[in-house]
Design a protein around this ligand. Structure first.
Ligand SMILES: Cc1cc2nc3c(=O)[nH]c(=O)nc-3n(C[C@H](O)[C@H](O)[C@H](O)COP(=O)(O)O)c2cc1C
Length: 334
């Protein structure tokens, strides 16, 4: 998720078994073949492929690379570039609702014309020549759902081997509800696996989304941050039929402290302070205790104070955070 889930967050979220795979923030493709450093910035896990290791989080969960663009030739050139850098697969973003992105003909803008979805996916599939898969992520449409099935069929006909469907139109933004039954309608018209996405916040939502969409798999977005134990809870229920206990504030606070330690290795304290508060703001959703802590913690401006406050609110024992360590520029590795 752009601006929210980077490689360190992926690392943290996949330490407990739960996620089958993850996807990078989108790499914005406009009119040029991007240099390797752009791909390494979005997907530092690609550097592992230089050592013949899989492109995965440290716990071994695969990381797929996402492209966002509209020009088929440029998308193809960047898909080739990503493959050369070791990408496992290319996911194509046809879901981004941001005005700026849509005005520049990217993300959900292409859903207004299924042929453009087809052209983009086909160009990437041709460029990859079957070496690695291409997948796609769509919404139900731009302003309405009239082209929902046609867009899904276009992605399939272009060569996508899997489709994630966020059950809202672009104009619906992130407003509830997500229309899981519409994802089911799409699923009945295509053969490739469909993954249901949108508004899955709890184990109950997971059941409902699966039932209404008929999909075997779901994708978690904001809830991965709101409740970092949702994916493990789903996995545990799948394996045992049992429910894990609710995520406590202490678990959330420990996650935030570990996150701060990780980010401090590459970012200045001020930025880390904002990132910790950004994640805490996501945790408020549907959780009164996290919301109460947010109201108190949001005013704190120094990282040490924030971490101390988190510690005294829930974390058992806390060492002072590590000072910023300058890591070599990623471009020096390539
Ligand atoms: C801040 C933010 C950034 C996002 N960035 C991306 C992105 O880079 N690529 C993508 O495919 N979806 C992105 N999404 C969409 C989510 O992946 C997901 O489809 C959407 O939030 C609906 O699922 P949810 O209700 O589980 O969050 C983003 C969503 C948010 C809120």
């Amino acid at each position: 998720m752009e601006g929210v889930i980077d490689a360190l967050t992926r690392d943290l979220l996949t330490r407990e078994a739960g996620f089958d795979w993850t996807v990078t923030e989108f790499v914005r493709v406009i009119d040029a073949r991007l240099p390797p450093r752009v791909f390494y910035k979005h997907c530092p896990e690609l550097l592992q492929s230089l050592k013949q290791s899989p492109v995965a989080t440290p716990s071994g969960v695969p990381v797929h690379l996402q492209l966002l663009g509209s020009d088929p030739l440029t998308l193809a050139a960047n898909a080739r570039q990503a493959r050369e850098l070791g990408a496992l697969s290319i996911d194509m973003n046809f879901g981004c609702p941001a005005k700026l992105v849509n005005r520049h003909d990217g993300g959900a803008a292409l859903l207004r014309d299924p042929e453009r979805v087809f052209d983009a996916v086909r160009a990437v599939a041709d460029a990859l020549d079957g070496d690695i898969p291409v997948t796609a992520k769509i919404r139900l449409g731009f302003s309405n759902r009239l082209q929902a099935v046609a867009c899904a069929q276009a992605a399939q006909a272009g060569g996508a081997s899997q489709l994630v469907v966020h059950g809202r139109t672009r104009d619906e933004g992130y407003r509830p509800p997500a229309h899981w039954e519409w994802i089911g309608r799409i699923r009945q018209h295509i053969k490739i696996p469909v993954v249901a996405n949108g508004d899955i916040w709890t184990l109950e939502d997971y059941w409902k989304a699966r039932t209404l969409s008929g999909c075997d798999d779901v994708m978690l977005g904001r809830a991965a941050l709101a409740d970092p134990w949702l994916a493990p809870r789903i996995r545990h229920w799948q394996a045992t039929g049992q429910r894990l206990p609710e995520t406590t504030w202490r678990m959330r606070a420990e996650t935030l402290c570990t996150y701060a330690d990780l980010q401090c290795q590459k970012l200045p304290e001020k930025v880390v302070t904002s990132l910790v508060k950004q994640w805490l703001a996501q945790m408020r959703k549907g959780n009164a205790e996290a919301n109460a802590h947010f109201q108190h913690l949001k005013r704190i401006t120094r990282l040490d104070d924030l971490l101390q406050a988190l510690a005294s609110s829930g974390v058992s024992e806390r060492k002072p955070h590590k000072a910023l360590v300058q890591t070599p520029d990623i471009t020096t590795h390539v």
